[in-house]
Design a protein around this ligand. Structure first.
Ligand code: CA
Length: 350
């Protein structure tokens, strides 16, 4: 299929894309300024936004333009790919690279901008609430405000200054998310300074591998810290076919049990359930950047048909052919409708 060909909308299901990024132009400029200032000591940020923030190569320049557009170009791209509806979230690293007060203000302002775009295109967009984990108690307040504005969940771009949501100081965010019945999308960012070097030196720090390794570990830290035992109604979402975790479940269960029962680590405590049970009961997985039938089917079999949903990862991975590939999966229309529409409708209460 030639790239200019349009993919028609389906009459069998609505295609809902669930991990679609945006960023205000002001925020993109702040990333560029932060990179140029050399005041922020984070090689991952430098790698990602040193490239996307200022490179004039066609790919990063196009990504920048598409990130900032919430109207004509984005809607045209959705129309061309036959995407009915998009769940929009603030691109990585969101506000999580700024000082506390700046981050709180930026999160609030970007949520207001996204709300205005949703109001302009209510039949095409819903949004996830950006929060500043730097201020967990205020994040809970912003979440409540977002809930009242009609946001459908929360976006968190993995670690914040090398700190993880498994640290109890962040748990007011989980408490608020559970109380307001809003799922948290744990989206990647580049690994922190003490993890990234062996990846960075060979160009494996970003979406090619480092994102998944770091975010998968983050999800595991949340599980093994007992977050879902403490917040039994909390629901989370991870992209990229679960950041490889579905494929690890057997060994995670065996080794978690082995290490806990042998008291090897003070920090690895008993849990109420197996590690894999938390993935099956508390985590929904999206196909962002991983439009690959065998991986999708494996996750559907092992995590559940009601736990796997579609995402395109626009604009970083805007590939119309993916939609055709997903349409052509060897899968019943009923299960394809779950993948494209029903799971997202349930998770985000659309
Ligand atoms: Ca993404």
């Amino acid at each position: 299929m030639a790239d200019q060909d349009l993919i028609p909308f389906s009459d069998k299901y609505k295609r809902i894309a669930t991990e679609e990024a945006w960023a205000p132009e002001e925020l993109l400029k702040m990333y560029a300024d932060l990179y140029n200032s050399k005041t922020y000591d984070d090689p991952g940020f430098d790698s990602l936004w040193g490239f996307y923030g200022s490179s004039m190569e066609p790919r990063p320049a196009t990504v920048r333009r598409k990130l900032a557009d919430l109207d004509d170009e984005r809607i045209a791209d959705m129309d061309a790919a036959g995407i009915d509806f998009a769940i929009l979230s603030l691109t990585s690293p969101g506000v999580q690279v700024f000082d506390r007060d700046t981050a709180v203000t930026l999160a609030r302002d970007s949520n207001d901008m996204l709300k205005e775009a949703i109001d302009r295109h209510p039949d095409r967009y819903a949004g996830l609430c950006a929060i500043a984990p730097q201020a967990p108690e205020l994040a809970a307040l912003e979440l409540e405000r977002c809930k009242n504005l009609g946001f459908r969940g929360i976006i968190n771009n993995s670690h914040t200054f090398g700190e993880y949501l498994s640290d109890p100081k962040f748990w007011p965010i989980f408490e608020a998310a559970e109380a307001m019945d809003m799922p948290i999308y744990l989206h990647p960012t580049t690994p922190p300074k003490n993890m990234i070097e062996p990846m960075l030196e060979v160009g494996l720090d970003g979406a090619i591998f480092g994102f998944g390794a770091e975010t998968g570990m983050h999800m595991l830290r949340i599980i093994t810290a007992g977050v879902f035992d403490r917040f039994p109604k909390l629901q989370m979402i991870i992209g990229h076919m679960g950041e490889a975790l579905p494929y690890w479940m057997y060994r995670l269960d065996f080794m978690h049990n082995a290490q806990v029962s042998s008291h090897r680590y003070e920090t690895l405590k008993p849990l109420q359930k197996k590690v894999s049970d938390y993935l099956k009961e508390h985590v929904t997985i999206t196909s962002s950047g991983m439009a690959w039938e065998p991986a999708i089917k494996f996750a559907q079999q092992q995590i559940g048909l009601d736990r796997v949903m579609y995402a395109m990862d626009y604009p970083y991975q805007y590939v119309k052919q993916e939609v055709t590939d997903m349409d052509n999966m060897d899968m019943s229309d009923e299960h394809k409708k779950m993948f494209y529409q029903d799971v997202a409708t349930k998770v985000f209460k659309l």
